[in-house]
Design a protein around this ligand. Structure first.
Ligand code: CS2
Length: 490
């Protein structure tokens, strides 16, 4: 990166007009606290919110909070007067936008009192979240709050000094009985708002039954579907941004030009005019959410596990393989799309073709290993629900089963070319142990992994047809390797 260029900051804005999302933004007060300040939020909700303020005004400045103890983002943003660049890359070329919507950054584990004070500020009317599946402290086994989660146990004993996401939300909400904020989940979970509502209500109930009842009755948790492919930042991205803007941004965000946001319109305390800038405000998000989770995230995870095993480092590399393309195309057309109940206006084939185009974007370099993380939490909403629906319909699901089998093989931490790697998953230790027990014995591997009730619902784990499909796919992967298996299943 060239060091002779100036650092991105307020002083550079006059020279960067061509890269702004619009004219004067002014100094909007903070109206949104966002938990989980990462690349995705910065490339998605923050842009919609800035554009909504530019289109219709309103005090919707964002306070971004990093929930983990990761002060680097705060440091970089502070050095840049909270400005940052988003590099959009697709076939038409590359462009940079400088985003101004984030007004403040806090690091929750280090600034707990400041975070709570900000959430308690009556001008804050929305608390939004991208904390990934892990942040919800949700237990699929009980379909509710994971009371054994260490952060939840801590928070129940010290509700005024929280560590978990439900803990923060309830500590702030209980002092806002007159005017609660709306809680907006923007994570890739099925029925994300409903899941969040459930864990927050259960947590509040465990502190005080009456508080739980108040949360259930008075706080809104609209569901959303969010979509934009946003990989991790690399030095190459930093260099490109510096070349285009003439400014050094230490943490720019790369992304595709496609973006989508479907939001359940339930904001009693108000919201930015997101509908004016391309978001869809609807009564029922669930059909869109399932379509995106199953078609996009489901095939993303499939390419991730098969890709790591077969040596495809990025999604565009994977989808450029003709057999992989055929497999993913058929999986979407024949096995996933028929499970969706979407409005008539939703064209499944067009959605599929658009996804295949998005995957092929060569500029994104979206790593299969990045998508392969947290499989224990990603599998259920992305693949297992679809399989259960196919079983119920008496329809085939061999490609979906292949994806699950590829995850099982992936857990053995060795690619077909013999490269070893680490598993990034909150259950990594347990998964590694079970995968080792099943080394060289697929039936044992299956038994061990299917026994994990937090991942596999018992009805699915004990389904004979599912087991058979998994055995066949595991055998093929083991004997012939991922690339040949992809061709067999295409
Ligand atoms: C990806 C998603 O990393 C992953 O698991 O599947 O982050 C995906 O890129 C986004 O959901 C796209 O909107």
């Amino acid at each position: 990166m060239s060091t002779s260029l100036p650092r991105l900051g307020a002083a550079q804005l006059p020279a960067l007009q061509a890269h702004l999302l619009g004219g004067e933004l002014g100094e909007p007060a903070i109206g949104i606290v966002h938990l989980g300040l990462g690349n995705f939020h910065r490339a998605h909700q923050a842009i919609y919110t800035e554009q909504a303020m530019l289109a219709a005004g309103g005090d919707w400045g964002i306070c971004g909070v990093t929930v983990l103890d990761e002060p680097a983002m705060q440091q970089v943003m502070a050095e840049q007067d909270n400005l940052y660049s988003v590099l959009t890359s697709d076939r038409d070329g590359q462009q940079v936008q400088i985003v101004r919507a984030i007004r403040k950054v806090l690091v929750a584990p280090r600034q707990q009192a400041e975070v709570l004070a900000q959430m308690r500020d009556p001008r804050v009317r929305i608390v939004s979240l991208t904390v990934t599946e892990k942040g919800y402290c949700y237990d699929a086994k009980t379909n509710g709050l994971d009371f054994n989660h260490p952060a939840i146990q801590h928070d129940l004993a010290h509700p005024d000094a929280p560590r978990s996401v439900p803990g923060y939300l309830v500590a702030a909400l209980r002092s806002r009985r007159d005017n609660p904020f709306t809680v907006l989940s923007c994570d890739n979970l099925a029925h994300n708002g409903r899941i969040l509502r459930k864990v927050v209500v259960q947590y509040a109930e465990a502190i005080d039954a009456e508080l739980g009842k108040w949360v259930a009755e008075s706080v809104r948790f609209p569901c959303t579907m969010v979509d934009r492919i946003v990989p991790a930042t690399t030095d190459e991205i930093r260099d490109t941004v510096a070349r285009i803007t003439g400014c050094v941004d230490a943490w720019p965000v790369p992304g595709e030009s496609f973006r989508q946001w479907v939001i359940e319109d339930d904001f009693p305390s108000g919201r930015p005019a997101w509908e004016k800038v391309g978001a869809m405000l609807v009564d029922d998000v669930i059909p869109y959410e399932l379509a995106k989770l199953r078609m996009l995230n489901g095939t993303h995870s499939t390419m991730a596990y098969l890709g790591v095993l077969g040596g495809f480092e990025t999604v565009d590399e994977a989808i450029a393989d003709p057999a992989m393309f055929k497999l993913i195309h058929a999986m979407m057309s024949e096995e996933i799309a028929p499970t969706l109940s979407v409005p008539d206006s939703f064209d499944r084939a067009a959605y599929r073709d658009q996804l295949l185009m998005r995957y092929a974007n060569p500029a994104l370099k979206h790593k299969t290993m990045q998508i392969a993380s947290d499989g224990s939490l990603k599998l259920p909403p992305r693949l297992l629900g679809t399989i259960a629906d196919r079983i119920a319909a008496g329809a085939s699901y061999r490609r979906l089963a292949l994806a699950v089998a590829a995850w099982m093989r992936f857990l053995q931490r060795r690619s077909d070319a013999g490269l070893s790697y680490e598993i990034n998953d909150p259950m990594a230790a347990k998964l590694g142990e079970l995968a080792a027990q099943g080394a060289g014995n697929d039936a044992a591997l299956l038994d061990a992994l299917l026994g994990l009730e937090e991942i596999f619902p018992p009805a699915l784990a004990t389904h004979a047809g599912f087991r058979t499909e998994l055995m066949l796919a595991l055998a093929c992967l083991g004997k012939e390797g991922a690339r040949a298996t992809i061709a067999h299943y295409a």
